[in-house]
Write a protein that binds this ligand. Structure first.
Ligand code: NIG
Ligand code: FE
Length: 413
């Protein structure tokens, strides 16, 4: 089935092969084809061209995009979309003055979600998660990463990862999974992080790897959670099974995790709300991508990741939602785009690059996602009639999407 999108006002993010994540001044360039057409053949992008120059190709269906903008779907490289229930109660506790860390210290937080998830059946967990997945696909997300980390036992970590794999099987969106067993120390381990890390490395990780349930490995490296040495052990253990690392770092404190993660060739370091000079220097010297999660800063009222400093220092930067019940209960990449511009002073071009091609790099999907390129997935957002693409971040909170196609399938009905 060939679908031709014709009369597109501007086709955004049109690129030939992109070999490296964008950094520095490359972030400002958003390649555009004015008055364009785009041909989708099945689940792939077949061709594109100018309405002015070319004769239109044959197609089974023609969609008139007069006055509309077309861009690749969002690549959300950091999410915890699979979870049970919610933590609205803790949200109210925070409004009444408790901090995120105080709630966690009382046994709430991640352990609260884990307790509920352990009691939730795989079927129920699937249904709750699928509802969220359908919502984010309609909001324009065409590829995403989903982490475990609310199981904290072999059985429940596997349950989460299986649900993520089933979601991918049953929906056109591409999903990468990350094993985050080291998200918090389970109560049974009595604050003994080393013993739990040992258990993860010897028992849970081999079981997860045997069933090929994970593409990446992750750990929450933070005061009160896991230290740098434990992070290094987890990254190395993951490498034994061919899992690259994507790690939670510098959310509340800078404790030396970034230099270590870069040394161990982590694919991404995520959060980075609190940064020291040595953290910047490590990122400048390596290949690791920075991932900023403005939805988390917004929701918790913590600092925003210093995007301007990262870009100015030539460090590749991606944007993601962090969708999770505790620190960012939203999977809306359109909001992330707005928050990145409004709060982190990124330009619309930088924010779109960080949410598409760099997001694809941040989950190893750069060959199939993140740009309008022949042979990549036919996953595109068609906007409503808007004055300019800068309207996307500018009109925060508005729904400016007319239609989303993921792997050639219409998502909005
Ligand atoms: O990325 N910081 C660690 N993990 C999640 C939040 C987990 C939770 O509060 O449930 C995050 O913010
Ligand atoms: Fe997270």
């Amino acid at each position: 089935m060939k679908i031709l999108l014709s009369n597109i006002r501007q086709l955004l993010q049109v690129r030939d092969e992109v070999k490296q994540p964008l950094r520095g001044s490359q972030m400002v360039e958003l390649p555009i084809l004015e008055e364009a057409w785009l041909l989708l053949d099945g689940d792939l992008i077949a061709d594109y061209g100018s309405m002015r120059l070319n004769t239109l190709p044959e197609a089974d269906q023609i969609v008139d995009c007069t006055g509309k903008f077309v861009l690749p779907t969002w690549c959300d490289s950091h999410s915890h979309l699979v979870y049970a229930g919610n933590r609205e109660g803790e949200f109210i506790d925070r409004l009444n003055g408790l901090s995120y860390q105080e709630i966690a210290a009382k046994g709430g937080g991640i352990l609260n979600s884990a307790e509920l998830l352990q009691r939730t059946s795989e079927k129920d967990l699937y249904q709750q998660s699928e509802q969220r997945l359908k919502e984010v696909m309609a909001l324009g997300t065409g590829a995403m990463e989903i982490k475990s980390g609310y199981g904290l036992t072999e059985e429940s970590e596997m349950k989460m990862l299986k649900v993520a794999r089933q979601l991918e099987e049953n929906h056109p969106i591409d999903i990468k999974t990350t094993f985050l067993g080291a998200h918090a120390i389970p109560k049974e381990f009595n604050k003994n992080g080393d013993a739990y890390i040992d258990h993860i490395i010897k028992e849970i990780l081999p079981a997860v790897a045997k069933e090929e349930l994970a593409d990446f490995i992750d750990i929450f490296c933070e005061e009160g959670y896991f230290n740098v040495a434990q992070m290094e052990s987890i990254i190395q253990a993951g490498q034994q099974f061919g899992l690259a690392a994507k790690v939670h770092l510098n959310q509340f404190n800078s404790i030396g995790g970034i230099p270590a993660a870069v040394r161990h060739k982590a694919l991404t370091v995520d959060h980075l709300e609190v940064m020291k000079e040595e953290d910047y220097e490590a990122l400048q010297s390596g290949e690791t991508l920075a991932v900023a999660l403005p939805g988390c800063s917004y929701f918790l009222g913590i600092p925003y990741t210093p995007a301007r400093e990262l870009i100015q220092r030539n460090i590749p930067l991606a944007l993601a939602t962090d969708m999770n019940p505790g620190s960012a209960p939203s999977g809306n990449m359109n909001f992330v785009l707005s928050a990145a511009c409004i709060k982190m002073k990124m330009t619309p071009e930088e924010a779109i690059n960080a949410s598409t091609i760099n997001g694809a790099f941040a989950m190893g999907l750069e060959n199939t996602h993140g740009s309008i390129t022949r042979g990549k997935k036919a996953s595109v957002i068609i906007t409503k009639q808007i004055p300019s693409y800068g309207y996307l971040p500018y009109s925060f909170g508005s729904d400016l999407i007319h239609q989303v196609l993921i792997a050639g399938k219409e998502i909005r009905t």
